[in-house]
Design a protein around this ligand. Structure first.
Ligand code: PGA
Length: 253
């Protein structure tokens, strides 16, 4: 069976290199455990050098975002080439916190295409802001997925894509606000249906679906069982060495 995937999205934390190194020291004590899954750590790029050295052999470096420009000279931008030179293997794209700052699905779609072209695994984040009882959120989700993938053509290595279903209402909340396993299973079927309509069944079945939003050691196992997801995008709980260890233990035992 394929290893479970856990992408640790550290956002703008920890707030210093010193605190980052302390966290890494705690995490690397459990390197044998982390080798049992596919662990990706997405720190702030300013910590890349330190993180990449300390996680070598048990985790890969991931990026939280990247700009949709490849060529030319740009002030204030960390391009995909620079990220790749540090060994970045995977990039989070279209996170709701980036969309809240104005990133559009059109830009997201360009980035997904660029990542695939550059040999970086794109983790496309999608998710409804609110979940209404009438089910209108499903139309919102469908539209977001379609627009966020509109630049992709068959043959663009679409099967390498990962989708992180991250309902916005569940991100950064307490554990009771994470999606329920039943609702997650339904969402995965719905997303896979949209992908089938867009890219055909064979490709759609190969696309990995992850879940993100208030994942923690208490809920990770039930969210992983029978829901059709292959892993997680984790924010807060991945910034605590003990909680990270507990989550991975839950996934591997
Ligand atoms: P959270 O964040 O685990 O803190 O809810 C998840 C995310 O933003 O990817």
């Amino acid at each position: 069976m394929a290893k479970q995937i856990l992408v640790a999205n550290w956002k703008n934390h920890p707030d210093s290199l010193r605190a980052t190194n302390a966290l890494l020291a705690g995490i690397s004590r459990k390197r044998a455990l982390y080798k049992q899954i596919s662990l990706y750590i997405a720190p702030s790029p300013v910590y890349f050098e330190s993180v990449s050295k300390k996680i070598a052999g048990f985790s890969n470096l991931a990026s939280q975002d990247f700009p949709s420009v490849l060529e030319g000279t740009h002030t204030g931008i960390v391009t995909l080439d620079i990220l790749k030179s540090f060994g970045v293997k995977l990039a989070i794209i279209g996170h709701s916190e980036m969309r809240a700052l104005g990133e559009t699905s059109k830009e997201v779609s360009k980035k997904v295409k660029l990542a695939l072209k550059s040999g970086i695994v794109p983790v496309l984040c999608v998710g409804e802001r609110i979940r209404d009882e009438e089910g209108e959120y499903l139309g919102v989700l469908r539209q977001e997925i379609k627009l966020s993938l509109e630049d992709l053509k068959k043959g663009d290595d679409v099967h390498k894509l990962m989708i992180a279903y991250e309902p916005v209402w569940a991100v950064g909340k307490k554990s009771k606000d994470a999606v329920s396993p039943d609702d997650l299973a339904q969402a995965v079927i719905f997303i896979r249906k949209i992908l089938t309509d867009m890219f055909g069944r064979d490709t759609a079945e190969k696309i990995t679906i992850l879940y993100g939003g208030s994942v923690n050691p208490k809920n990770i196992k039930s969210l992983a069982s029978g829901t059709g997801i292959k892993g997680f995008l984790v924010g807060r709980a991945s910034l605590d060495a003990k909680q990270l260890e507990e989550m991975v233990k839950e996934l591997t035992t």
